[in-house]
Design a protein around this ligand. Structure first.
Ligand code: GLU
Length: 379
């Protein structure tokens, strides 16, 4: 893969894009209601990305701010009041996205996550499968934190980080952070006229991170500043996803970037699938072993998924999504992967054809023992 050399190129070559929209862009400061005109213009951008063959996931803030506006609460509201505001505002937010997307032929889908959904593998697999299904059905997932139930200790805290986790979960190759600045500068451009704009950043060195130092904080409705944007970029980068920091202060902000408007691209050193596979191979401790027959070993070598019919023996205690080792009949290591079924289910479906699995486990699951994307072969 050749690395894109500019923000416009990154936008052009991306396949799956997560667009994060801050509260200050979706909520009008005066009316405290949704910025319907701007949202409609972003919907035009999203429609044109999709026409160009890209899948788009939105991460939209604004629930708390819209809810506060509707309820007449001030910024210093108590935590339970903020959570109540999120309950009111989330539905206003989805109504506004509905108004923006539906006339342009798109179907919005509300996805509310808490930190556990991306940190516990089982829930993470579920969330991932739902997002995949939504994209396959051509809907536009609109993600937000489930602020009504998430309190401090179980929160992502800000939607920049949530967006990076969503990009990782969905294996997106581009994360776009729409903000109130057009990228990263060597210093705060509002205070230092000689601050230089950085169009492309290939490594997040301590010097680069220091440039964010508390500067460029958004208007008073959101929570993210430049430091959280770079933290989001760091998470995305390690998942093989590049990040664009783009100004959302104009209409059609993505069309502007495509036409060469100023933005910062933070590149990623690998593809999402490479990063995902090196995470499976490098950071997970196998919790069990699947011994497979020669036919299955051969199929794996040809890049196929591991079918239950080829599994001879199941050892260890593992849950769905846990890492297991795959070995051949003579005990040679073939690789590691994430089990698509828990150990007790695997024991019941081993040696059986894919078509029989549903009747055995009692639900319509993935149908394979390990999906090929979740499998790393011993080279
Ligand atoms: N999830 C919050 C909301 O929708 C916003 C958090 C953030 O902007 O970082 O109001």
């Amino acid at each position: 893969m050749t690395r894109p050399a500019s923000a416009a190129e990154a936008l052009k070559s991306a396949r799956r894009v997560v667009v994060k929209i801050g509260s200050s862009l979706v909520v009008e400061a005066d009316s405290r209601g949704p910025a319907l005109g701007w949202m409609a213009s972003l919907a035009e951008d999203i429609a044109s990305l999709r026409t160009g063959g890209r899948q788009v996931i939105l991460v939209s803030s604004g629930a708390v701010a819209l809810g506060r506006g509707r309820l007449g609460l001030e910024k210093n509201a108590r935590l339970d009041e903020k959570q109540a505001a999120a309950a009111v505002g989330q539905s206003l937010l989805m109504q506004a996205w509905e108004q923006a997307l539906t006339p342009r032929g798109m179907t919005p889908a509300q996805v509310l996550l808490t930190r556990d959904d991306t940190e516990r593998r089982r829930r993470w697999l579920n969330a991932r499968a739902t997002i995949e299904a939504l994209l396959k059905l051509s809907a536009v997932p609109i993600v937000n934190e489930n602020d009504t139930v998430a309190t401090e200790e179980i929160r992502y805290g800000d939607n920049d980080r949530l967006a990076a986790r969503a990009a990782q979960l969905a294996r997106a190759d581009l994360l776009i952070l729409l903000s109130d600045v057009d990228g990263l500068y060597t210093d705060d451009p509002r205070r230092n006229a000689s601050a230089r704009h950085l169009p492309v950043v290939d490594t997040l060195t301590p010097e680069v991170l220091a440039m964010a130092g508390g500067a460029n904080t958004e208007a008073d409705v959101g929570t993210g500043g430049m430091a959280t944007k770079l933290e989001a970029a760091r998470i995305a980068r390690s998942a093989g996803c590049a990040t664009l920091i783009v100004s959302g202060l104009t209409t059609r902000p993505l069309a502007a970037v495509a036409a060469g408007a100023r933005a910062t691209l933070i590149t990623a050193p690998a593809t999402p699938l490479q990063a995902y596979k090196s995470w499976i191979a490098g950071s997970l401790e196998p919790a069990g072993v699947l011994t497979v027959d020669d036919g299955a070993a051969e199929a794996l070598g040809a890049g196929r998924s591991l079918l239950a019919s080829g599994v001879r023996r199941v050892e260890g205690r593992f849950d769905r999504g846990d890492c297991v080792r795959v070995t051949g009949e003579t005990g040679q290591s073939l690789g590691v992967g994430l089990a698509a079924y828990a150990a007790d289910e695997m024991e019941r479906i081993r040696g059986r054809h894919s078509g029989e699995i549903e009747a055995i486990v009692g639900y319509k699951g993935p149908g394979v023992a390990i999906h090929r994307d979740d499998l790393v072969l011993t080279s």
